[in-house]
Design a protein around this ligand. Sequence first.
Ligand code: NAP
Length: 259
Amino acid sequence: MNKQIQTAAASASTSTLASKVAFVQGGSRGIGAAIVQRLAAEGVTVAFTYVTSPDKAQALVSRVEAAGGRALAIQADSTDAAALQQAIRLAAETFGRLDILVNNAGVLAIGPIDEFKLEDLDRTLAVNVRSVVVATQAAVRYMGEGGRVISIGSTNADRIPFAGGAVYAMSKSALVGLTKGLARDLGPRGITVNNVQPGPVDTDMNPANSDFAASLTGLMALPRYGKAEEIASFVAYLAGPEAGYITGANLMIDGGFSA
Ligand SMILES: NC(=O)c1ccc[n+]([C@@H]2O[C@H](COP(=O)([O-])OP(=O)(O)OC[C@H]3O[C@@H](n4cnc5c(N)ncnc54)[C@H](OP(=O)(O)O)[C@@H]3O)[C@@H](O)[C@H]2O)c1
């Protein structure tokens, strides 16, 4: 066993998350990939979906396995309810349980309202909102006491200091109410529901080296983009037993973007 695998195996065996199973919607790149990798390092068996990035998805599975973890990549478009439900069923049946759902898949379409295309409106709502309801409905059937539903919203639900982001902000605001309502539905079953709201994070969706990025960092208390790993570590905390009294919460992790 090489040193890297020994370290991963050691941390997995002492982790409070060891033996749990997670399903991450949209895990092939960016924040989702960091969440898959972090949960796997904590000993969680992670199934995740992808659509357009099969090579990145497979490379992620290989990285997780090389570190001594277990991951399964499933091609399933979150806009296709049947495919998403089937992917969740496959994960739960393959691994015999499901404890954690992370609704990370998301799209960003920016444009002035006069020109905003209706297909972009429909796609934004399908991926950023409808799939969260579909996946939650499918996943909680397998969850018991201690179950976790964690969505990746955005600080833009609270603050949108640039033009063209109205539809994206609307989609992420929808998760605020959805999270509160779901917490009420699922609290009596011991399942917590939370919404993590990142500020700008360096990914393909929002690269830190753009002019847009430069305009945003000037608005932040910490004048820098976040790292995907910084969001993933917060998700891992929410997934664990120490976060068992947090539910219905919309939690900013945004470098002071909304401060
Ligand atoms: N980056 C930021 O600054 C930021 C800030 C706040 C919130 N967020 C939110 O964080 C989440 C992740 O963002 P990111 O920056 O990591 O985005 P990203 O780099 O564009 O990655 C998006 C991920 O979602 C997957 N995905 C997209 N559409 C999908 C669909 N229809 N079905 C299944 N998977 C799909 C992609 O899979 P494929 O590549 O396989 O298609 C990819 O793995 C999103 O919900 C986003 O709104 C991001």
